[in-house]
Design a protein around this ligand. Structure first.
Ligand code: IDP
Ligand code: MG
Length: 149
């Protein structure tokens, strides 16, 4: 089973969409391993988005991501890294496929509601950046036999 890091960004929280977004992942069958509301520090934001340092949108991106609380989560499931990214849709909501989270709730690339890890390496890095080991809970779910063959 894979794990990924997903975060409802400050616009999603401010607009009261956190519950609906978590619900989409739960309803699909992905398992919540960690979940918290938190305020990201500038330092954490700059580390998290380090790959974008030097790009024109870096400063606005950091300011956006620290502009209010986020809901951070770790999800587990078969192929969840790509699966969650597919549910989010393209980075720019204007280009995201209809029905995806970004197309359903957003309009502008600088307010695109959600983050999800883009590879196994980023998932591991981001999970460790945002969650302490004791904040992740391992448990069995009786419904798993109805989700997985
Ligand atoms: P991703 O979130 O789909 O992985 P990335 O290219 O990794 O997209 O960019 C990280 C975040 O930076 C995006 O989710 C978005 O919030 C912001 N971003 C990316 N490109 C632009 C842009 O051209 N203008 C403004 N913000 C951008
Ligand atoms: Mg990215």
């Amino acid at each position: 089973m894979e794990r990924t890091f997903v975060m409802v960004k400050p616009d999603g929280v401010q607009r009261g969409l956190a519950g609906q977004i978590i619900s989409r992942f739960e309803t699909r069958g992905y398992k919540l391993m960690g979940l918290k509301l938190m305020q990201i520090s500038r330092e954490l934001a700059e580390t998290h988005y380090g790959e974008h340092k030097g790009k024109g949108f870096f400063e606005p991106l950091v300011s956006y991501i620290i502009s209010g609380p986020v809901v951070a989560m770790v999800l587990e499931g078969k192929d969840v890294i790509q699966g969650a990214r597919d549910m989010m849709g393209a980075t720019n909501p204007a280009k995201a496929a209809p029905g995806t989270i970004r197309a359903t709730y957003g309009i502008d690339v600088g307010r695109n509601i959600i983050h999800g890890s883009d590879s196994a390496a980023s998932a591991e890095r981001e999970i460790n950046l945002f969650f302490k080991p004791e904040e992740l809970v391992s448990y069995t779910r009786d419904i798993d036999r109805w989700l997985y063959e």
